[in-house]
Design a binder for this molecule. Structure first.
Ligand SMILES: C[S@@+](CC[C@H](N)C(=O)[O-])C[C@H]1O[C@@H](n2cnc3c(N)ncnc32)[C@H](O)[C@@H]1O
Length: 292
């Protein structure tokens, strides 16, 4: 991996260093391992503090499911016994699925600290849930063929550095007839300055962009330890075509692809209302395993 700065872009206090896309499986592993360190820091310094609030939210029967997800997936209580949530963080979205009528949930996350938070959340609620701390690419084989729903997104895709290996995991986890769903940031959003008050174009390569950085934007968790002491994390822009093709190439049948002006977090916090609704901020994809 090239450790020399080149084509850096700076946003507020954060510097985003251009990286070549991962060269091989060792490079993928190295970037995912870096991301584990960075997400462990966030899990300990941010999500852990939210445990009581998360438990109260879920105990009240509330759900974090997005209206787009509800529209695409319908009434989960009628068809989903087991949902596997890939890249589940501290379990708010995973355990929301129980409140939506799913009978058993499984959460996978590379951050052992996020999984510790998720486990503490389900224990405080007194509900059964299964948690695995591992790279999504190493999701245990014992889960193969067990999912009515493989659920992911909301800030997941950009952390992956091997899309075909990821799609193969999605495919092997699903039961025949099972559904894969993702709602995530539209890749077009990478081209926009999130600090601007209107859509402002960044000069980055939509087709190959990959970067690393230290620190987090204030519109997400902010910075709890000095930025230069934080673990370097690695992100990748996957085009919509790359995502759709990776899923379709496993044999899953694409049943829905949506591009949406709504976001699921304040991705463009300063935009005036007049700019909203005109550009896609998220996409959703639903695919089904039609055969064994
Ligand atoms: C933006 S968070 C997802 C947030 C979640 N939707 C929520 O609202 O809490 C991204 C998650 O992906 C996890 N992650 C990143 N790379 C991963 C990998 N290779 N395998 C498994 N999990 C990963 C991180 O640890 C983090 O919890």
């Amino acid at each position: 991996m090239n450790d020399q700065p080149s084509d850096d872009r700076v946003l507020n206090d954060l510097t985003f260093r251009h990286e070549a896309p991962a060269a091989d499986s060792d490079d993928v592993k190295r970037r995912h391992t870096g991301n584990r360190g960075a997400w462990n820091e966030v899990a300990v310094h941010s999500y852990r503090k939210d445990l009581d609030e998360r438990v109260a939210f879920l105990k009240a029967g509330k759900s974090n499911m997005h209206p787009i997800e509800k529209q695409n997936l319908g009434d989960l209580s009628t068809w989903c016994d087991t949902a596997i949530h890939l890249m589940c963080a501290s379990g708010r979205d995973t355990l929301s699925l129980l409140n939506e009528g799913v009978k058993h949930v499984v959460g996978i996350d590379i951050s052992d600290e996020h999984i510790a938070n998720a486990r503490a959340t389900s224990e405080a609620l007194g509900v059964a849930a299964t948690w695995h701390a591992c790279d999504v690419l190493d999701t245990p084989a014992e889960l193969d063929g067990t999912a009515d729903l493989v659920y992911t997104g909301r800030g997941a895709m950009c952390w992956l550095h091997d899309l075909d290996a990821w799609a193969a995991v999605v495919h092997r986890l699903l039961k025949p007839g099972g559904v894969f769903h993702v709602l995530d940031d539209h890749p077009f959003v990478w081209l926009l300055d999130p600090d601007a008050d209107k859509p402002v174009y960044f000069d980055i390569d939509y087709f190959t962009h990959s970067e690393s950085s230290q620190g987090w934007p204030g519109s997400y968790v902010g910075n709890f330890i000095p930025i230069d002491q934080q673990t370097r994390k690695y992100e990748r822009l996957w085009t919509l075509a790359a995502i759709v093709n990776a899923v379709a190439n496993t044999g899953l049948r694409i049943e829905h692809l949506g591009e949406h002006p709504e976001d699921y977090w304040p991705s463009m916090p300063n935009w005036k209302d007049e700019y909203r609704g005109k550009v896609p901020l998220t996409f959703s994809l639903l695919a089904r395993k039609v055969s064994g």
